[in-house]
Write a protein that binds this ligand. Sequence first.
Ligand SMILES: C[S@@+](CC[C@H](N)C(=O)[O-])C[C@H]1O[C@@H](n2cnc3c(N)ncnc32)[C@H](O)[C@@H]1O
Length: 282
Amino acid sequence: MTDTAALHAQQMAYWNGAGAARWVERQARMDATIAAVSDAAIGVAGLRQGEKVLDVGCGCGATILALADAVGPGGHVSGIDISAPMLEVARQRTAGRAGIDCLLADAATHPFAPASFDLVFSRFGVMFFPDPVAAFANLRRAIRPGGRLTFASWRAFDENLWMKVPLAVATTLVPPPPPPGPDEPGPLAFADPARVTRILVAAGFEAPVFTRFDLPMRLGDNLDDASDQAMTIGPASRALLDQPDDVRQAVRTAIRAALAPYAGADGVDLQGAVWLVRAGSA
Ligand SMILES: C[S@@+](CC[C@H](N)C(=O)[O-])C[C@H]1O[C@@H](n2cnc3c(N)ncnc32)[C@H](O)[C@@H]1O
């Protein structure tokens, strides 16, 4: 198997297995926490009524609904995702709404009709391509001349305290996950604007514009809830994947203590740090 094929197989397995199960289970909570990201990204995209949008890695469909509201009844939103369980939730949530379709396919290679979208959009769904230049070149061909790409991706690990605080304490008790290679897909693969610029320009886009967006990531309504969330989504959860119950329990206790300084009156919030990226189709 080539590196690209092996990485693709890993992504397919993750987003149709452990990753999907977690996002589906926590869908309502994740949507509430990161709705601010899609609102801000839709603002950066400058969406207009009647436009046609492709939502890449649409997951459980929250952004399809937000985009459909933004383009109105004359517009159209196509969601695409490789995760069958997550796309099934998206299909159920969007059933009966005109101007929406959901496609189970790989956005990196799907043969989209050329120049068929005004905007290619994604909230945290474009960092997982094994060959990002080829994938973005494929997406660029789907954008009409003068159209644009807008996506949200995580900034550096150190700025994302909701990832850093739980992982730092978890790795006092379990081995840290191997650091990803500089070109490997993953949640933090687009933290470096220089790398993202290289990829997008090589794929035929104009040099992108990066806007910082910070938000409080609500890990839970109280410390127990937040500890469960930190064990379920994010890098600490990946470090715990194969650990036995007694180790997981010890990590949970340690994470709970580490989160205590972030507990407020109505919940536990840690900083999330996001890039909003916009690039014209050159
Ligand atoms: C972190 S989740 C984000 C989901 C959704 N955009 C949201 O914000 O709720 C990443 C999503 O990207 C999808 N994905 C990963 N690689 C993909 C690919 N090559 N083509 C389409 N979707 C992909 C995953 O299946 C998953 O649904």
